[in-house]
Design a protein around this ligand. Structure first.
Ligand code: SAH
Length: 257
C-alpha cells in the first residue's frame, strides 16, 4: 500500500512501529530492574504460566525467561513486534519457553485463572492502570502476581509545564500512594513498589533512540509525520531531563487475593 492510500491512523501506526522496531526496548526499563521486580515473585516453578502484556520486541521477556522458570506468552498489538519477539527468543535458545500472540490488551484471548504471573512494562497505560488491573485480575490464579510499570508523580505538586504535558499525554498519571490504593482496591495485596532508576530512561531508552532517529529521518526525508514523531520523542527526552525529580516510572507489584 502506498502512503497516500493509508489513513493517517494506519500511517502513524506503521511509522511508530518502524521507528521503535529496531530497538531493544520500546519504553523505559532495564534488565536489572526486571530482575529486581522478579525477586518479589515467590510462586514460580517450571510449570508456571506467565503473560507479558504489551511486550513489544521482548526486551524484558527475554530477561524474564533467563531469570525465572515457566513459560511466557508475550502479547502485543503490533504483529511486527511479535515477530521480533519470536526471533529474539530463538536467538537466545528460548524458543520453547516463549511464544507470541498478536492481540489487544483490552480483549485478551486468555482463560480465567490461567496465569501465575501477569507482567507489563511501560504498556498498561494503553488501557489505563486502573482498568488494566481490574480487567486482568480474572486471568490470574488466586495467589498469582501482577507486576506493571506505570508513569507516576513523585511529589504532591509540580511545575505547571510538566503537569500540562502529562495531563495531555496520560491524564491517569497520579502519585505513588494513589496508585497503590488503586492496586489494593482492585483486589491485590500491594507487595512492593519501587522507582525505576534514571538510567532506565536515559541509557536504556532515549540514548538508544538517537542513532535510530538519524537513520529513520534519512529514510523518510521530507515526510512530515516522521519528522514530527522524532521531534516529539526529542521533546519528551528534554522534558525528562528537566523535570525528572517530579515523575518517572514505578514498578507496582501485587498479589491476587
Ligand atoms: N514492554 C516493552 C514495550 C513497551 S511500549 C518495553 O518495555 O520495552 C508499549 C507497547 O504496548 C508497544 O509494544 C505497543 O505496541 C503495545 N500496545 C499498545 N497498545 C496495545 C494494546 N491495545 N494491546 C496490546 N499491546 C499494545
Amino acid at each position: 500500500m502506498s502512503d497516500e492510500n493509508k489513513s493517517i491512523h494506519e500511517f502513524d501506526f506503521s511509522l511508530i512501529c518502524e521507528y521503535f522496531s529496531g530497538m531493544e526496548r520500546q519504553g523505559p526499563g532495564s534488565p536489572e530492574v526486571t530482575v529486581k521486580a522478579l525477586s518479589f515473585i515467590d510462586n514460580l516453578t517450571e510449570k508456571s504460566r506467565i503473560a507479558d502484556i504489551g511486550c513489544g520486541t521482548g526486551g524484558q521477556t527475554i530477561v524474564m525467561a533467563k531469570n525465572a522458570p515457566g513459560t511466557i506468552t508475550g502479547v502485543d498489538l503490533f504483529p511486527d513486534f511479535i515477530k521480533q519477539l519470536e526471533n529474539n527468543a530463538v536467538k537466545h535458545h528460548l524458543g520453547d519457553r516463549i511464544k507470541g500472540i498478536t492481540a489487544s490488551m483490552d480483549n485478551l484471548p486468555f482463560q480465567e485463572e490461567e496465569f501465575d504471573l501477569i507482567w507489563s512494562e511501560g504498556a498498561i497505560y494503553n488501557i489505563g492502570f486502573e482498568r488494566g488491573l481490574n480487567e486482568w485480575r480474572k486471568y490470574l490464579k488466586p495467589g498469582g502476581y501482577i507486576a506493571v510499570t506505570e508513569a507516576s508523580w513523585f511529589t504532591n505538586e509540580r511545575p505547571s509545564e510538566i503537569e500540562e504535558f502529562w495531563i495531555d499525554a496520560y491524564p491517569e498519571i497520579n502519585t505513588i500512594p494513589a496508585k497503590v490504593t488503586q492496586l489494593q482496591n482492585a483486589g491485590y495485596i500491594p507487595v512492593a513498589t519501587f522507582i525505576l532508576p534514571e538510567n532506565c530512561w536515559t541509557d536504556h531508552f532515549y540514548a538508544l533512540q538517537v542513532q535510530a532517529q538519524e537513520n529513520f529521518l534519512k529514510k523518510h526525508t521530507g515526510n512530515k509525520a516522521a519528522a514530527e514523531l522524532v521531534a516529539n520523542e526529542c521533546r519528551e527526552a528534554r522534558l525528562y531531563s528537566r523535570f525528572k525529580e517530579y515523575y518517572g516510572y514505578v514498578f507496582f507489584i501485587g498479589k491476587k487475593i
